[in-house]
Write a protein that binds this ligand. Structure first.
Ligand SMILES: Cc1cc2nc3c(=O)[nH]c(=O)nc-3n(C[C@H](O)[C@H](O)[C@H](O)COP(=O)(O)O)c2cc1C
Length: 388
């Protein structure tokens, strides 16, 4: 096997190894996929200022996110059904993150449960909450995350209703996969994945099955989701959830300065500028393009993080230099996991770390905290002139 030097290399292996429905689930956006595409192409529009004859010794990418030490300000984003990309995927990704020294965020829609991930790791991880209609279930879920000593609650605000990804419908996405002819034909070519999956600790939704009354076998992700996400989630509910949690709260899915101000009002410890990796509102701005106006509105009062579109250390550097204090990767680590399990997640983190470190040096910086707009060449019309 040729050496792996980029996230793209891992993506190719991911596609080869994992059943089509789960690869497609990861590698798609909603409707026309415009926002999904622009999340990455907008990063390319920003250029870097090369600086020379700067002492580059003693560089460090170490930093902090919500007061926690991180080897680099790159957390693993919450990704649903990660345990279908690789057997016990959430446990393995969490362990890779812990060893590397970056935060891991467990999705509500994970395969491995909160307790399984806690039992497989030694440091606290972050728990991502989807707010469901069933308030008793949400209370129990919050209590479980507290019992597992999760150090932050990441409340996702941009999925009260599920954006449509055509491929998921066409592929009949479900966890575990339904034994249709098409699925079986594809699974026959993914035997290594199948053998590992046979010994997986779990193949259904660990935070849900056995914890929600009346749902013992969700027939498919979309049916369950359509019935369960709380469409009435509003800022009052967010404030109540924050109170119920009592610890650090990160609000995920902010793409507008007005919402960022509301997040500030409810006392968020951090916000994530995110469009859910282009999986929700197709036609929305890319995260990197939305970032400056949000920083203008709240950047000096709350920690602003960013995800959506990060595929390299250069992208991380651009987000940090634009003013984000932390970043998250979704697909970039999922490609690693699908390609090679825990080792693949470590490889993804190593690739991004090396790119970030080298790029930082060639920009003439030795500390991620010193990065700023002075390192970038941003097109004058980057944010665009839009009429509301
Ligand atoms: C396959 C997949 C599943 C996801 N599931 C969740 C989820 O369960 N909860 C959540 O808050 N975000 C979820 N997201 C969004 C990610 O947390 C993150 O915002 C996004 O992946 C960032 O974009 P990137 O993949 O371009 O890095 C998911 C993303 C992907 C790709």
């Amino acid at each position: 096997m040729p050496p792996i030097t980029t996230i793209q290399d891992l993506k190719r292996l991911h596609e080869r190894r994992v059943p089509r429905m789960f690869y497609d689930y990861a590698e798609s956006g909603s409707w026309t996929e415009q926002t999904f595409r622009e999340n990455t192409t907008d990063f390319e529009k920003i250029r870097l200022r090369q600086r020379v004859a700067v002492d580059m010794t003693g560089r460090s990418t170490a930093s902090q996110m919500i007061g926690e030490d991180v080897a680099m300000p790159v957390a693993l984003a919450p990704v649903g059904i990660t345990g279908m990309q690789h057997a016990d995927g959430e446990m393995k990704a969490a362990r890779a993150a812990e060893k590397f020294g970056v935060p891991f965020t467990l999705s509500t829609m994970s395969i491995n449960s909160i307790e399984e991930v806690a039992g497989f790791t030694t440091k606290p991880f972050w728990f991502q909450l989807y707010v469901m209609r069933d308030t008793d279930y949400i209370s129990r879920l919050i209590q479980r995350a507290k019992d597992a000593k999760c150090s932050a609650l990441v409340i996702t605000l941009d999925l009260q209703i599920l954006g449509q990804r055509h491929k998921d419908i066409k592929n009949g996405l479900s966890a575990p996969p339904k034994p249709t002819l098409k699925t079986l034909a594809n699974l026959a070519t993914k035997w290594a994945w199948g053998i590992e999956m046979l010994s997986a600790k779990r193949r259904d939704f660990g935070n849900i099955i056995g914890h929600v009354e009346g749902i013992s076998d969700p027939k498919s992700l979309s049916t369950w989701a359509a019935e369960s996400f709380d469409p009435s989630l509003d800022w009052n509910k967010v404030a109540r959830l924050k109170e119920q949690w009592g610890g650090k709260v990160i609000l995920k899915g902010i793409l507008d300065a007005e919402d960022a101000k509301m997040a500030l009002k409810v006392g968020a410890d951090a916000i994530i500028v995110s469009n859910h990796g282009g999986r929700q509102l197709d036609g929305a701005l890319s995260s990197i393009r939305a970032l400056p106006s949000i920083l203008d509105a709240v950047g000096d009062q709350v920690e602003v993080h960013l995800d959506s579109g990060i595929r390299s250390g250069q992208d991380v550097l651009k987000a940090l230099a634009m003013g984000a204090r932390g970043t998250y990767i979704g697909r970039a680590f999922i490609h690693g996991l699908g390609a090679m399990g825990q080792k693949g997640v470590t490889t993804a983190l190593e690739v991004i770390h090396k790119e970030l470190d080298t790029t930082m040096a060639l920009c003439g910086e030795t500390r991620v905290g010193d990065l700023g707009r002075h390192n970038l060449l941003v097109p004058e019309d980057f944010e665009g002139r839009w009429q509301a």
